[in-house]
Design a protein around this ligand. Structure first.
Ligand SMILES: [Zn+2]
Length: 344
């Protein structure tokens, strides 16, 4: 028996359906021995792989939270082969506040998986996920959206990493999810994100961006649920129902630095393109206005890359450095397979 600053009463090795919590110590004036109770569910039956499904890493991204809470309520554990760990509100204080970051410590959970874990509630949540959950997993699926400040076309995403065998498995799973946009590339090696923590533990990483703008969209929720159900089917954990079986067209996409447009100064953003548009380098992206100086002409912005408008800022007023657009470039499936084939 040992003590820890984060723990769960659920037994990861027990068969059946368990609904409970991960408790993260949070000692404050009104509660000296208090804890934050993150909702957590474990479903285990028979033999098969283990997957961690996570949402609410950012509290203002709602489609994943609803997809996973509905899964918890409806999943028949006797139908599965393997184990499903579900964390539907990973950064619970941020989820309850409807904010990207935690109101307790300002922590951004998906930037808390670096070389060391901060001694804060958000840091301790990251440590528990990386050190206590991921080592038990074969696959990690982390559901996101654009959050309050960005609207995002629904897409699946995978950090392919640098290991060929794992990248092949990852790409097969991404393809099986069959989202309208399938985004696959090797991520930034030193990024302090959950996906990199998964790769360090030898776990297949999958993610996705499903909507945004600080609101819930039924269409984006539908894509999130499609990806969850088709992934569980692909892994042999839970057969999908007929509703998800029809294939839809997907476009494979990638991202590079030239795909971003940032605000060069403060102002009101007037976009000249919309989500889903295809744009080219040098094309008009929009204007930045300063109504406080009515005589001043707006700054004209141009795209510095070509691709599909996948992300756009949902808030009018901007500060210098705010992301206004992000494009995704289309890439042939064979080109992704060639990149994977060149890995060690
Ligand atoms: Zn997010």
């Amino acid at each position: 028996m040992s003590l820890a600053s984060a723990w769960s009463e659920l037994d990861l090795n027990a068969p059946g359906r368990q609904i409970g919590s991960i408790r993260v110590e949070h000692s404050v004036h009104r509660s000296a021995y208090g804890a934050i109770a993150l909702p957590f569910a474990v479903f285990a039956n028979g033999q098969g792989p283990t997957i961690l499904l996570m949402a609410g890493s950012h509290g203002d991204e709602y489609e994943g939270q609803l997809a996973l809470t509905r899964l918890i309520r409806t999943l028949d554990v006797t139908r599965i082969q393997g184990r499903i760990l579900v964390l539907p509100a990973a950064n619970l204080p941020a989820v309850m506040a409807g904010q990207r970051t935690s109101p307790l410590d300002g922590g951004n959970l998906n930037r808390s998986f670096g070389d060391h874990y901060a001694d804060t509630p958000t840091g301790q949540i990251a440590a528990f996920i990386a050190e206590e959950l991921l080592p038990h997993c074969d696959v990690f699926f982390d559901l996101h959206s654009g959050g309050s400040s960005l609207r995002h076309l629904s897409c699946s995403y995978a950090d392919l990493g640098e290991n060929r065998a794992r990248a092949e498995k990852t790409f097969a799973a991404l393809e099986a999810m069959n989202a309208p946009l399938s985004w696959a590339q090797a991520g930034i090696p030193a990024a302090p994100v959950a996906g990199r923590a998964a790769l360090r533990k030898g776990v297949v990483h999958l993610s996705g961006e499903f909507g945004g703008g600080g609101a819930l969209s039924h269409a984006d929720l539908h894509v999130a649920e499609r990806c969850v159900c088709r992934l569980l089917d692909h892994l042999g954990i839970l057969p999908m129902t007929d509703a998800w079986k029809a294939q839809i067209p997907t476009r494979f996409v990638f991202n590079e630095q030239a795909h971003f447009t940032y605000a060069p100064r403060e102002g009101v953003f007037e976009p000249a393109a919309d989500l889903g548009d295809e744009v080219r380098t040098g094309q008009l992206a929009g204007y930045l206005h300063r109504p406080e100086y009515p005589d001043e002409p707006p700054v004209t912005l141009y795209f510095s890359g070509s691709g599909i408008v996948a992300v756009m800022r949902s808030m009018g007023r901007c500060q210098p450095g705010d992301c206004l657009f992000q494009l995704l470039g289309e890439i042939a499936r064979d080109d992704i397979l060639r990149r994977i084939g060149a890995m060690a």
